[in-house]
Design a protein around this ligand. Structure first.
Ligand code: NDP
Ligand code: 8X3
Length: 251
């Protein structure tokens, strides 16, 4: 039952692996991101199955325009994977940058609902569709320095739940995915390009991989239409929560 999937943030990490996974299974994939060169790379790799959509999800007008102008061959969108997102900084609240906080809210919260709004009405009209939101365990459990990042993901988790309420009876599914530590460019972005700080996050542990998440996302999308996998919390086996400063346990 291959269809059309839109993956936001397809230029790296979870989004890229998810785009590749769906394409491998015969789906048509719309991949978004700000880095046009990476989108072009995916277009070369995935060929006619892939539609590159250069887009900053923080730009409300651009999001609405881009989705309204999708080519016929890439509509209607059956599955939206709201994956684009980022963490910036791990300072305590009083030292954190307000610009970073605004950026996380604009991307993780507003960008996610701009993309949802652009595609949801059509899904409701058709009586089918699936919104898969990539939240985080950081929205379920607090940790020092998680301040606005974790709160933005708590929004995503609660928004998913409220969406399910609105969508009751429409046939449109919502899945909220809540991953723990996963190695991608996430920490490189969080620590503003410091490879050393990023490497230190994953040192001595076996984190999740983007491909692990792509499998899970694809599984949720492949279930029969009457099954909605509402929430998926997934951590690497070596991670747990508790009253510790870091989530990760050393191997
Ligand atoms: P990456 O940094 O590897 O990928 C992030 C993706 O988001 C990139 O493709 C980037 O594209 C895109 N993105 C960021 N800002 C924007 C923007 N303003 N407009 C459009 N696209 C944007 O990180 P991950 O793959 O790890 O993260 C993907 C999602 O998973 C995020 O929402 C993250 O919060 C969540 N997550 C990650 C975890 C982890 O430990 N890695 C754990 C739990 C959740 P580009 O820069 O080209 O615009
Ligand atoms: C990312 C998970 O715990 O590194 O969403 O903040 S964590």
């Amino acid at each position: 039952m291959a269809g059309i999937v839109c993956v936001t943030g397809a230029t790296s990490g979870i989004g890229r692996a998810t785009a590749e996974r769906f394409a491998k299974e015969g789906w048509k994939v719309i991949g978004t991101g700000r880095r046009a060169d990476r989108l072009q790379g995916l277009a070369v790799e995935l060929g006619a199955f892939f539609y590159p959509l250069e887009l900053d999800v923080r730009d409300r007008e651009a999001v609405a325009k881009a989705f309204a102008a999708l080519p016929d061959a890439f509509t209607p969108v059956d599955v939206l994977v709201n994956n684009a997102g980022l963490a910036l900084g791990r300072e305590p609240a009083w030292d954190a940058s307000l610009d970073d906080w605004d950026n996380m809210v604009d991307t993780n919260i507003k960008g996610l609902y701009y993309c949802t709004k652009a595609l949801l009405g059509d899904m409701v009209k058709r009586g089918r569709g699936h919104v898969i939101n990539i939240s985080s365990i950081a929205g379920n459990y607090s940790y020092p320095g998680g301040n606005v990042y974790g709160s933005s993901k708590a929004f995503v988790t609660h928004f998913s739940s409220n969406l399910r309420g609105d969508l009751h009876g429409t046939g449109v599914r919502v899945t909220n995915v809540e991953p723990g530590m996963l190695e991608s460019e996430f920490s490189l972005v969080r620590f503003k390009g410091s490879q050393e700080k990023s490497d230190a996050v994953y040192k001595g542990m076996d984190p999740l991989t983007p491909e692990d998440l792509a499998d899970i996302i694809f599984y949720a999308a492949s279930l029969p239409a009457h099954v909605d996998l509402c929430r998926i919390e997934v951590m690497p086996t070596c991670q747990s929560t508790g009253p510790t400063r870091a989530f990760a346990k050393e191997k």
